[in-house]
Design a protein around this ligand. Sequence first.
Ligand SMILES: Nc1nc2c(ncn2[C@@H]2O[C@H](COP(=O)(O)OP(=O)(O)OP(=O)(O)O)[C@@H](O)[C@H]2O)c(=O)[nH]1
Length: 302
Amino acid sequence: MTDDIKNKSGFVALLGRPNVGKSTLMNYLVGQKVAITSSKPQTTRNKISGILTTDDMQAVFVDTPGIFKPHLDLDNYMDKASLSSLNDVDLILFMVEPEKMGKGDAYITDLLKKAKVPVLLLINKVDQVNPNALLPIIDQYRQLDIFKEFLPVSATQGIGISDLIQVLHQYLPVGPKYYGTDQITDRPEYFMVAELIREQILNLTAEEVPHAAAVWVEQMNKHENNKLQIEATIYVEKNGQKGIIIGKSGKMLKQIGINSRHQIEDLLGEKVNLHLWVKVQHNWRSDPRFLKQIGYNPKDFS
Ligand SMILES: Nc1nc2c(ncn2[C@@H]2O[C@H](COP(=O)(O)OP(=O)(O)OP(=O)(O)O)[C@@H](O)[C@H]2O)c(=O)[nH]1
């Protein structure tokens, strides 16, 4: 490395309303799935970091739960996890849909005014709109006088991503690579495994069930017949939800198991035996002790 090509590095917070595409963008940048995504809002529940390493940069993205006004205790944790990321990052990416500012966006932009680091606006999903529609949207956000840059992107199509990477390099401070060049996330494996199971619940069930489900990996350190034995419990809030997750003759649970096992084997690079249980924990989302017990501890994620 010569003096004029210094490495840049730092932490980048990805903020935005639920379902705007934060996890999809982080996975695209990192080149592999480190955060689960779904078409249902509030997929991400705590801060997950994805690491992008290039020749002259290492950006650690903190994918935060979508910010919205809290009403359940779990929502409160999710907001805290998002807001705490404003204080200890080098750069903030605020992601919006390609449409005029809504009430939810105004709630967040008020918070962003307090940020002490540069804030960039990402307009995602531009594959869905005519480019002419972007100018009035950008104008509206420009008037807030918060953003250093305005970047139209599509996290699914890869539009605008190379420009984004250049801009990241421009705004990140000079610094070393904090992580190994092949490390893509800072989350422990058991957490990733639980998330992959939860992703299948999100994909395969409907209405209130996905949001009432939490997954906890009880153990994943035993091998039998050359297969890693993983035991995980799916918690739901009501008996009816337990019935839906298990399905007729256990069909749904079996499907959740098959789909997530494939993803887990891809992640871990080895064969897996996955044992799933379903338990009812009434109102777990409003039970701080239970939230802590299954890892939704704000201290762990701040
Ligand atoms: N057409 C289009 N769809 C996108 C794009 N980026 C994300 N999506 C879709 O938007 C939905 C939500 O994406 P996520 O990445 O889960 O959104 P998120 O902001 O992380 O959501 P939360 O976890 O709820 O905060 C998914 O169905 C994505 O496929 C894009 O650039 N274009």
